[in-house]
Design a protein around this ligand. Structure first.
Ligand code: FAD
Length: 468
């Protein structure tokens, strides 16, 4: 159905008379769909679009698959000890289980081999242009898209190809969100964002301050507890630190059983408190601040070791940073500490630098598009975002179903346009809908979804689209 050459690749010489807004030639790719990125979300997009009969050209700026989980990639946020936070069955693609012999929480190296096997099993690599960066995505007449690429790093000529549809799967864990503090520029110690933290040797024997209590911040604090001469962990508020195992099972599996039984949020919160009371008990006894919110109102932190190391005096919990001095850090309670290394585990912000902000609506300037199902943008029925989610479990299953839905939408545009029109109306009416209980207002929770609610919403959208 597409005008692909062998293996679905665009032929750069086969330019049609079409030209882009600069008057440069455009290679028309007919019905082919463009996928940006070959991480978990891009790979599953290629697979699902191919299975629904579409030609696909995927552009990947790096030289391998796996996205964030490929530690060789210069933007990969993983560090030597990164393991899954969500457990294996709640992370894997539904049609490609991880090996039974793997642990509940595989290592990032295993994740990379999982993606390589997935790509090989479904023969995805022949549809990927590696080392090729998408630099512009522009809407053109007829709901089509001009996608301009060049070799990563800016070498070689720019090329533009015209596509029937685009899936943006560029990830949202690579552009560091850095906090601003008075005096930070004058600080003489070493400052790094968690994205540059790779190996415990970076902390060994040093006085380390870790700022931020996301899963990464807690992991790094735990490593500092074992490697550094001193570790302080600064958090803005108190958090709930969930163990990775409850009743002998991965915590997300226990939570999922409760969700499947549709146990109300308040009861789940009560059960969670009860579990914590039986294990670590009152967190303030360890010097940790009292959480100012209920469980599940911030993104879950799964870390069995943080409280353990606080209890051993190897991690000193401290409040927010007030300001930096050349040789000291002043805390919100007026105390001063003297770290040599400060690690900002302050998260990441999404970036769509290849897209004009108007495509996603005004709010896109801040990197937060208003989408339906975190995937579909009003006014652009042939554009979808995959993986722009922060689930309370693993992501890959959700990216899989997002891209199945998009593939079915593209089929409906061709075969049953009235259904596609009704879908477009739903995108307009429901953009911005949320799929989680109440969460703290912070960029950390922009894309927070409860996986059970989210999958039900996708299922409803599939049923509505197919009219069953
Ligand atoms: C420390 C850490 C732990 C995590 N733990 C878990 C976990 O336990 N479970 C879980 O489900 N998730 C976890 N995540 C989230 C993780 O981001 C997802 O698992 C997954 O990597 C997202 O896949 P993706 O394909 O959406 O994005 P990515 O993996 O980021 O892939 C995006 C790809 O797009 C490419 N790209 C970007 N821009 C362009 C461009 N302009 N042109 C061409 N290519 C481009 C990138 O090179 C990259 O290969 C974790 C994240 C971190 C940082």
């Amino acid at each position: 159905m597409s005008t692909s050459t062998d293996h679905g690749r665009p032929d750069p010489e086969a330019t049609s008379p079409a030209a882009n807004s600069d008057g440069r030639p455009v290679s028309d790719r007919g019905d082919t769909v463009c996928v940006i990125g070959a991480g978990a979300s891009g790979l599953t997009a290629i697979k699902n679009l191919r299975e629904h009969g579409f030609g696909v050209d995927c552009y990947e700026r790096e030289t391998g698959v796996g996205g964030a989980w490929n530690w060789r990639h210069d933007r990969s946020p993983v560090y030597a000890s990164t393991h899954l936070i969500s457990s294996k069955p709640f992370t894997q693609f539904p049609d490609f289980p991880m090996p039974d012999s793997w642990p509940d929480y595989p290592h990032h190296g295993q994740l990379l081999s999982y993606f390589e096997r997935y790509a090989d099993h479904f023969d995805l690599r022949s549809h990927i242009w590696f080392g090729t960066e998408v630099i512009r995505v522009e809407p053109v007449e007829g709901d089509r898209w001009d996608v301009t690429t060049r070799s990563t790093g800016g070498y070689g000529p720019e090329r533009t190809a015209r596509y029937a549809a685009v899936v943006i799967a560029n990830g949202h864990n690579w552009s560091p969100k850095l906090p601003r503090y008075e005096g930070l520029e004058q600080f003489r110690g070493e400052i790094m964002h968690a994205s540059s933290y790779k190996d415990p040797a970076q902390l060994r024997g040093k006085r380390v301050l870790v700022v931020g209590a996301g899963n990464t911040g807690c992991d790094i604090a735990v490593e500092a507890a074992q490697q550094a001469s001193r570790c302080w962990h600064s958090t803005r508020r108190g958090y709930w630190y969930a163990p990775k195992y409850v009743l002998g099972r991965p915590a997300d599996q226990v939570n999922d059983s409760l969700l499947a039984l549709r146990v109300p949020l308040r009861v789940r919160q009560w059960l969670y408190h009860w579990t914590l009371r039986l294990t670590v008990g009152d967190l303030t006894r360890f010097g940790l601040p009292k959480p100012d919110h209920r469980v599940y109102e911030t993104h879950p932190i799964a870390n069995s070791q943080l409280v353990y190391y606080v209890g051993h005096g190897a991690i000193g919990p401290v409040p927010d940073v007030a300001r930096f001095h050349p040789y000291a850090v002043e805390l919100a309670d007026g105390r001063e500490i003297d770290p040599e290394v400060v690690v900002f585990a302050t998260g990441y912000l999404p970036r769509f630098e290849f897209l004009d902000a108007s495509v996603f609506g005004d709010s896109a300037g801040a990197g937060r598009p208003t989408l339906w199902l975190n995937a579909f943008t009003p006014g652009h029925p042939t554009l979808a975002v995959a993986g722009l989610l922060q689930p309370d479990s693993g992501l890959f299953t959700l990216s899989h179903w997002q891209t199945v839905l998009f593939a079915r939408l593209l089929q409906a545009r061709r075969d049953r346009p009235e259904r596609a029109t009704a879908f477009a109306q739903r995108v307009r009416d429901r953009a911005g809908e949320r799929y989680s209980g109440p969460v703290k207002d912070s960029s950390r929770h922009w894309f927070e979804v409860g996986h059970a609610d989210y999958l039900r919403a996708i299922q409803r959208a599939l049923v509505e689209l197919e009219g069953k």
